[in-house]
Design a protein around this ligand. Structure first.
Ligand code: 6PG
Length: 460
């Protein structure tokens, strides 16, 4: 009856979070539906501190009141069935934390369902993969504030620490924590795509050797591009097969996905927010599945000749990548701002820049510039902020990379999307002026004028 927290789900992530909690001196009762996972959990490392339970009842009965249960299970239907099983066993004021990548509308619904029974539900975005879960993750809790407070001490202890500050903060009501985690993943998709394209430009566009490409990436470490994803890019390129072949050369160019990127773009469409980098990243993964068609296409569709001037491309790529990555955060932040306004969540984006500084997949040096941009008096889209002034200097590099890649017939859609997003922001005369005229001509849909207010129709 006296364990401080329960962890439900002992897959890779659940077992890691549970150990992280225990390593910080808390006591934990743990449970998984899967017998093997229960047996594999190293409870013996924590004598007197940890109990592996054999049933949901035992888990609930082992916890101090108000009970806190951290779910680390597959998002979707499994969360509903576990919540359904737990609810009759719990009492008012108990708290359920859902640490998976749940869809935010599901989290909204579960918050309401639980609140109706006096139970607190906290949709808790957790980023950082297995290592983050074990040693310090970025944690984005939303939903019941009272529930959050009940578990705050534990959440902050298991979060990554950026300097003295834990990478964990309450995000807002309802599904806001999972929303922020979803967009975090959308940004992650966009950056991964850009890094993939940068690699392809060097390796195939410029025909550099594996070792030369590795040197370029190593050169980006410790610069403004410094980030977890650049670090692990180097790590990936340092992996070789026994025969000396770089492992990356053996990996099939087909990317899978679990859905958070798709949700992000659906959300963006729903809210009318332009996130082309995230959209292209999702679509590139979708298109990658067409292995046979691409092979056939390579045979049938003539590639453009490689007669372009390539000098400077290698040098400019880093600047282009930096701007494109900065624009990826900008797109994600715009979506979060719109959703926060629409839902009344009052999300403080500066807090996100803080809690993403460590532990999460998109942690990067850039986030300190993002924080400064968000602190500006008239904080609007990051791309327009003073703090982004330096990145904007890189637009020539980005333009050069995009035109060069286009000329070489390499579809670097992540880079072009970043450039389009950027160029839209400096476009005073959008082609939609003509669209409006046509709409009015064929359907009397009316148009607005630039010299007087109101809606007008013309008999064309
Ligand atoms: C994280 C990751 C994590 C997971 C992604 C992968 O923040 O720790 O984002 O949540 O690795 O969901 O997503 P895909 O499988 O869709 O690429």
């Amino acid at each position: 009856m006296n364990y401080e927290i329960g962890v439900y789900g002992l897959g890779v992530m659940g077992a890691s979070i549970a150990q992280n909690i225990l390593n910080h001196g808390f006591t934990a009762a743990v449970y998984s539906k899967a017998k093997e996972e229960r047996h594999h959990f190293p409870a013996e490392k924590y004598p007197g501190k940890c109990k592996v339970c054999e049933s949901e009842q035992e888990l609930v009965q082992s916890l101090q009141s108000p009970r806190k249960i951290f779910l680390m299970i597959t998002a979707g239907a499994p969360v509903d069935s576990v919540v359904e099983a737990l609810l009759p066993l719990l009492e008012a004021s108990d708290v359920i934390f859902d640490g998976g990548n749940s869809y935010y509308k599901d989290t909204d619904r579960r918050c309401r369902l639980c609140a109706g029974k006096g139970i607190h539900y906290v949709g808790t975005g957790v980023s950082g993969g297995q290592l983050g879960a074990l040693y310090g993750a970025s944690i984005m809790p939303g939903g019941s504030f009272e529930g959050y407070l009940a578990g705050e001490k534990i959440l902050k202890a298991v979060a990554a620490q950026a300097g003295e500050k834990p990478c964990c903060a309450y995000i807002g009501q309802g599904g806001s924590g999972h929303y922020v985690k979803m967009v975090h993943n959308g940004i992650e998709y966009a950056i991964l795509q850009l890094i993939g394209e940068a690699y392809m430009i060097l390796r195939h566009g410029l025909s550099m050797s594996h070792e030369e490409v590795l040197q370029v990436f190593r050169g980006w470490q410790g610069t403004k591009l410094d980030s977890y994803l650049i670090d692990i890019s180097v790590q990936v390129m340092e992996k070789y097969e026994e025969d000396g072949t770089p492992l990356i050369d053996r990996i099939l160019d087909v990317a899978e996905q679990k859905g958070t990127g798709k949700w992000t773009i659906l959300e963006a469409i729903e809210r009318g927010v332009y996130v082309p980098g995230i959209y292209e990243a999702v679509m590139a993964r979708n298109f990658s599945a067409k292995v046979e068609e691409r092979r056939e296409g390579a045979r049938l569709i003539k590639a453009p000749g490689h007669d372009q001037e390539s000098s400077g491309i290698r040098e400019e790529l880093g600047d282009a990548l930096l701007l494109a990555i900065a624009l990826s955060y900008s797109q994600g932040m715009e979506l979060i701002r719109k959703a926060s306004d629409d839902n009344g969540w009052q999300i403080d984006q500066k807090v996100l820049a803080d809690i993403w500084r460590d532990g999460c997949i998109i942690r990067s040096r850039l986030l300190s510039d993002i924080k400064s941009a968000l602190e500006e008096e008239k904080a609007g889209p990051l791309v327009l902020s003073e703090a982004y002034g330096e990145f904007r200097e890189a637009d020539r590099a980005l333009r050069r990379i995009v035109t060069w890649a286009d000329g070489a017939g390499m579809a670097c859609t992540g880079f072009s999307a970043a450039l389009h997003y950027y160029d839209y922001y400096r476009t005073q005369d959008m082609p939609v002026r003509f669209v409006q005229a046509l709409r009015d001509c064929f359907g009397a849909h009316t148009y607005m004028r630039n010299d007087m207010p109101g809606h007008f129709h013309t008999e064309w």
